[in-house]
Design a protein around this ligand. Structure first.
Ligand SMILES: Cc1cc2nc3c(=O)[nH]c(=O)nc-3n(C[C@H](O)[C@H](O)[C@H](O)COP(=O)(O)OP(=O)(O)OC[C@H]3O[C@@H](n4cnc5c(N)ncnc54)[C@H](O)[C@@H]3O)c2cc1C
Length: 597
C-alpha cells in the first residue's frame, strides 16, 4: 500500500519564514491562530489523513461506489466512519464564520488541510470539499432564511453540498442548458431536467444533500442571460428544521470512470423537485461563479496533492530499488547493485516533481492568504488588490497545478518502472485520479481562455500590472544580495518573456481573437512558471536567512536552495519556448479545413 506523510514541517517553514502569518493578525481569525495552535491543527489533520483516510484510498478505488435498486448510493466500506471522524473534528467548518458554527480560522489553514486530505484520499476529500462551494454560493447570494436553514448544517457536515451545472449536451457552454424551473405559486419552484457527472450527487455519508442547480425559469431568455440558481435539498426541510419527505430528485445512475472511483459521479434526475431561487432570477451564472472560484482553487490543490503523494512513494522506492551501478562508479559496493536514486535520469524525475511541489505549495498558501485578505480585511484598497490577484491567479493555479500535477504522477510512476504500472503499488491510481482535475471545474483550455480573454484586460489590466509590479519590486529590493542573485536571474528572464507575451497579445490578439486562443495555453503555463519562480525566489531568500542564523535545519535549507537552483536552471527556461509558440499566432493552427482532420 502506498504511504503518505503530510508535509507539516515544510508548511510551518512557509508560514513562519516565507509568508509570516502573524503579519496578518489584523484580520479576523488570524490572531487566534497562534503558532502553537497552527502546529496542533496541522498535526491533528496529518494524523487523521495518514491514519484514517489513506488506508481507505486503495480499497475505495477497487470497490468504488454502488448504486442500489432504490437509487441510494453506498460509498466504499469505511467511508461513513471516516466522514464521521472528519466531521467530528470540525474540519468542514475550519474557516467558516463562528456565528454560523464554524471555527473562524484562516482559509489558508483550510486550504492546507485540503491538500493533506486530497493526498491521502482524493475521492473522499471531494465529499466535504463540495460542501465548501455550496456554502460560498449560499453565503454570498442566499437569503437570510436560506442561510439559516442550510449553512449551519453544511458547516457541521451533517448535510453535504453539490453543484449541478452539466447536462449531456452542455458542459463548457452553459448557455445551452435546458433544465427548467416552474414557479409553484409560493416562493418555491418545481425543477425539471437531467444533470450528468454530478460529484457526490448521492451517497450515504450525510443526512441530507443540498444541491445547487442551474436551471432556466420558464420564459427566461435563451443563453447565459436566462440561467438562474436554485437550492434543491434531497430531503425537504420542515418549518422546525427537521427532515421531512423526500424531494423529487434521484440518482438515475453512476458513471463508470477512469479514476476517483470512490467518489460517486451521478446522473441526477429532477422530476419537479422543489427548489428555491438563490440570488436574482437570470443571474444564476453570476452566483455560480462564486462557487466555481472556490472550487477551482480546491481543484488546483488536488493537482498538487496527488503530485505530492506520488512523489513520496517514488522517492521511497528509488532509495530501495537496486538496479545497475552509478555512472560515477559503485556507490554501494557491498550491495549487488546501487539503488536507482544514484541515476541522473531517475533524479530528473524526482527533482522535477519536487521542484514543482514545494513551489506550488507556496503558491497555494500565497494565494490563499490573498483570499483571506479579500474576504476579511476592512481596508477597501487592500481588499481590491487581493481580490484582483485572486481573480487573476485562480485560472493559473487551476490550469497549471493540475496539468503539472498529472504529469508528475506519470513521472513518479516511471520511477517504479513496470511496478508503477501494477495496481498493487498504487502509482497507477494516482495517475488515474489526478487526470480528472485537468477536466472538471472548467477544462484547462477554458482556464487559459479565462486568463487571456477576461482576466488580463479586466479593469484596464489592473490585476496583471499589479502582479508584474509585485514580482519586479521583489527583484529590485533583493538584487543587491549576491547570495540571492543566482535565484533572481531565471525569474527576471521568465518575467521578461511573460511581459513580451502580454504585449504580443495586446498588439496581435485584439483584431484577431484566434491569436489569443492559439497562445492562451502557453500563456497560462508561462504565467505559472513565473508565479512558481517567484515563490522559489522567496523561499530561497528565507532559506538564506535561516542558514547562517543557525536556527533551522541547515540540511533542509540547503535542499531548498538546490531545488530553487534546479527550478531556475532546468524548468524556468521553458518560458522561452512558450513565448516562441505564442508569437507564431494562429495562422498555421487554423489553416487546415475542418474536413481535413
Ligand atoms: C468525474 C467528473 C466529475 C464531475 N463533477 C461535476 C460536478 O460535480 N458538477 C458539474 O456540474 N459538472 C461536473 N463535471 C462536468 C465537468 O465539469 C465537465 O465535463 C467539464 O466542464 C467539460 O465539459 P464537457 O465535458 O461538456 O466538455 P465540452 O464542453 O464539450 O468540451 C470538450 C473540449 O472542448 C474544449 N472547448 C469547449 N468549448 C471551448 C471553447 N469555447 N474554446 C476552446 N475550447 C473549448 C474544452 O476545453 C474540452 O477540452 C464532472 C465531470 C467528470 C468527468
Amino acid at each position: 500500500m502506498p504511504s503518505y506523510k503530510a508535509p507539516v514541517e515544510e508548511i510551518l517553514f512557509l508560514l513562519s519564514d516565507v509568508f509570516p502569518i502573524q503579519r496578518y493578525n489584523n484580520l479576523p481569525g488570524f490572531a487566534e491562530a497562534t503558532p502553537d495552535l497552527i502546529e496542533a491543527i496541522l498535526s491533528e489533520a496529518a494524523k487523521l489523513c495518514e491514519e484514517t483516510l489513506l488506508p481507505l484510498n486503495q480499497p475505495g478505488d477497487r470497490t468504488g461506489c454502488i448504486r442500489n435498486k432504490d437509487g441510494s448510493v453506498a460509498t466504499p466500506r469505511g467511508f461513513k466512519e471516516a466522514y464521521r471522524a472528519f466531521v467530528a473534528g470540525g474540519w468542514v467548518g475550519l474557516s467558516a464564520d463562528p456565528n454560523l458554527g464554524g471555527q473562524g480560522l484562516p482559509y489558508t489553514l483550510a486550504a492546507i488541510v485540503n491538500e493533506f486530505a486530497s493526498s491521502a484520499n482524493m475521492a473522499f476529500a471531494m465529499y466535504p470539499g463540495l460542501s465548501q462551494g455550496a456554502l460560498a454560493a449560499l453565503l454570498t447570494h442566499g437569503t437570510d432564511a436560506q442561510k439559516k436553514i442550510f449553512v449551519p448544517k453544511l458547516i457541521s457536515g451533517d448535510w453535504s453540498g453539490t453543484m449541478n451545472l452539466t447536462e449531456s449536451h452542455c458542459g463548457t457552454d452553459l448557455g445551452l442548458l435546458k433544465a427548467k424551473a416552474v414557479p409553484n405559486g409560493d416562493a418555491s419552484y418545481a425543477v425539471f431536467g437531467e444533470k450528468i457527472f454530478i460529484s457526490a450527487g448521492e451517497h450515504d455519508l450525510a443526512e441530507n444533500i443540498i444541491h445547487l442547480v442551474l436551471a432556466r425559469i420558464e420564459g427566461a431568455p435563451a443563453g447565459v442571460k436566462g440561467i438562474s440558481l436554485f437550492v434543491v435539498p434531497k430531503i425537504l426541510i420542515e418549518a422546525d428544521g427537521s427532515l421531512g419527505a423526500a424531494n423529487k430528485v434521484t440518482c438515475g445512475s453512476l458513471e463508470h470512470k477512469m479514476g476517483i472511483h470512490a467518489n460517486a459521479t451521478c446522473v441526477m434526475n429532477y422530476d419537479g423537485a422543489k427548489g428555491w431561487l438563490v440570488g436574482e432570477p437570470n443571474r444564476g451564472l453570476n452566483a455560480m461563479f462564486v462557487m466555481m472560484n472556490e472550487a477551482r482553487l480546491g481543484v488546483a490543490i488536488q493537482g498538487l496533492a496527488v503530485s505530492e503523494v506520488a512523489y513520496q512513494n517514488a522517492a521511497a522506492y528509488a532509495k530501495e530499488r537496486l538496479q545497475g551501478r552509478s555512472l560515477a562508479g559503485p556507490k554501494y559496493p557491498e550491495k549487488p547493485a546501487d539503488p536507482i536514486i544514484v541515476h541522473p535520469d531517475v533524479r530528473r524525475n524526482l527533482m522535477t516533481i519536487r521542484a514543482f511541489n514545494e513551489a506550488a505549495r507556496a503558491l497555494v498558501i500565497w494565494t490563499a492568504l490573498k483570499s483571506d485578505i479579500a474576504h476579511r480585511s476592512a481596508d477597501k484598497s487592500e481588499v481590491q488588490a487581493a481580490a484582483d490577484c485572486l481573480g487573476l491567479l485562480t485560472p493559473v493555479l487551476k490550469g497549471v497545478l493540475t496539468d503539472i500535477g498529472f504529469d508528475n504522477t506519470v513521472k513518479a510512476q516511471q520511477v517504479l518502472g513496470g511496478h508503477g504500472y501494477i495496481e498493487e503499488w498504487g502509482m497507477e491510481q494516482f495517475v488515474r485520479d489526478a487526470r480528472i482535475a485537468m477536466i472538471y471545474e472548467g477544462a484547462n483550455g477554458i482556464q487559459a481562455l479565462d486568463l487571456v480573454g477576461r482576466k488580463l484586460a479586466k479593469d484596464g489590466g489592473r490585476a496583471v500590472i499589479a502582479f508584474f509590479g509585485e514580482v519586479k519590486s521583489f527583484i529590485k529590493d533583493n538584487e543587491g544580495d549576491a547570495a540571492l542573485a543566482p535565484y533572481l536571474t531565471g525569474l527576471k528572464q521568465g518575467l521578461a518573456h511573460l511581459e513580451q507575451a502580454t504585449l504580443w497579445f495586446m498588439q496581435n490578439a485584439i483584431a484577431k481573437p484566434d491569436n489569443a486562443g492559439a497562445g492562451s495555453y502557453d500563456y497560462m503555463h508561462l504565467f505559472g512558471l513565473v508565479a512558481l519562480g517567484f515563490m522559489w525566489a522567496q523561499i530561497a531568500k528565507a532559506a538564506l536567512a535561516i542558514k547562517p542564523a543557525g536556527n533551522g535545519d541547515a540540511a533542509a535549507m540547503d535542499a531548498k536552495l538546490l531545488l530553487a537552483k534546479y527550478f531556475m536552471e532546468r524548468i524556468m527556461p521553458e518560458s522561452g519556448a512558450h513565448l516562441a509558440r505564442i508569437s507564431t499566432g494562429a495562422a498555421t493552427m487554423m489553416a487546415l479545413e475542418a474536413e481535413q482532420f
